[in-house]
Design a binder for this molecule. Structure first.
Ligand code: 9MR
Length: 362
């Protein structure tokens, strides 16, 4: 579909959407074909156990997505109990769901500065016993999903927010700021020789210094022989991001020649100030992100993952109830954002009602 006709479809959808909020009126303004069938690479969505218990979520997710990332129940915060023992019941349910729905399983996250479970904190300062527990955790979790997990975020958000070096963390202070990362990659590789091991970060679009430090860190890990197999660009962007910036970010990351995972895409309206016209910008940014990903060499297109299905499922909406960052509204209807992304994939269906007037004129 041409840019012009996409614009008119999305424009009509936006207009209908506006009517709808005033008059509680009609059904989905946009119709899209199943996205997973249109994408020449895995299309992912994150999930919690509460989602897979919701039949509406299941229907929509199974229609459009071919990969699943557990949103938090495969992280230390759930797995590691205060006494240091592990529980996998919820992660197992999500893994089983992915299998049952022919979705690939992508796993996050092994080492994250933001998580410092009590079970680890109370271990002694000596590198040996802390290091042994660190290795045992990675070995147990990665080993458990070996054969199913296609990839892992091994090191998550290691770069300082302003890009000045790396973040401090329990892991860095006990095992060394570089050594703990390298060690995590090595242990994960031993636990699953097949899974692609990722380093993942965010705000790479908006903070040039952070993007630069992230790239230098990847170089250093690779030079040290760490089995970094892919690069994750979380992509928590907002609708004020100028056009072209996202594309340039992916291009910069792709220069390593490694597979790229757009790992947590959402486009916040609230963080952009929630002014009029942002829904159209949001749609354009979803289209740009998909276009930029499609432009990568096929062997570098690991997967393209949305950080939530319906607006009401989003962490951003939990943070601010007025946000609407995803492709589907709270009722699961495709938004203009979905039309933008679907159009870039060639999966935007013309909707009869939108062409009603044109048909009459013929
Ligand atoms: O969306 C996730 C939320 O449900 C969890 O409570 C939170 C802590 O585990 O993590 C959120 O996901 C984050 C992701 O793992 C890393 N990048 C930022 C995401 C949003 O905070």
């Amino acid at each position: 579909m041409s840019g012009l006709s996409r614009r008119s479809l999305i424009g009509a959808a936006l207009a209908l959407g506006a009517c709808e909020s005033r008059a509680q009126a009609p059904a989905a303004p946009v119709e899209i074909a199943p996205l997973r069938a249109a994408a020449p690479f895995p299309l992912g969505v994150c999930a919690q156990v509460s989602h897979i218990e919701d039949p509406d979520w299941v229907r929509l997710a199974a229609t459009h997505f071919s990969q699943l990332t557990p949103e938090w129940e495969m992280k230390m915060e759930y797995i590691v109990r205060p006494d240091g023992s592990f529980r996998f019941d919820r992660a197992d349910r999500l893994a089983a769901f992915a299998r049952a729905h022919r979705m690939r399983l992508y796993c996050t996250t092994l080492v994250w500065y933001a998580q410092r479970p009590e079970g680890f904190e109370k271990l002694d300062e000596s590198r040996t016993s802390f290091g042994r527990a660190f290795d045992a955790y990675i070995t147990a979790v990665v080993g458990r999903y070996r054969g199913q997990a296609v990839g892992w975020d091994v090191v998550n958000e290691a770069v300082a927010e302003d890009g000045e070096g790396w973040r401090e963390s329990l892991w860095a202070s006990r095992l060394g700021d570089f050594d703990h990362m390298r060690r995590a990659f090595d242990v994960a590789r031993a636990a699953d020789p097949e899974a692609v091991l990722f380093i993942n970060d965010y705000n790479l679009e908006t903070i040039p210094k952070k993007l630069d430090t992230f790239q230098r860190l990847i170089e250093r890990l690779l030079a040290a022989g760490a089995p970094v197999g892919g690069i994750g660009c979380q992509s928590h962007i907002d609708a004020s991001l100028p056009s072209g910036v996202y594309t340039r970010t992916l291009e910069a990351l792709a220069r390593f020649g490694l597979p790229i995972h757009v790992s947590e895409l959402d486009v916040s309206l609230v963080r952009a100030g929630r002014r009029p016209g942002l829904e159209a910008r949001q749609a354009d940014l979803y289209a740009e992100a998909m276009g930029a990903f499609l432009a990568l060499p096929a062997r570098q297109r690991f997967a393209f993952t949305l950080w939530g299905l319906r607006d009401k499922d989003s962490w951003l909406k939990r943070e601010n109830g007025r946000d609407a960052p995803l492709l589907f509204d709270d009722q699961g209807r495709a938004k203009p954002a979905a039309a933008g992304l679907a159009d870039a994939l060639g999966a935007l269906k013309p909707v009869g009602s939108l062409y009603g007037n044109e048909n009459r004129a013929l």
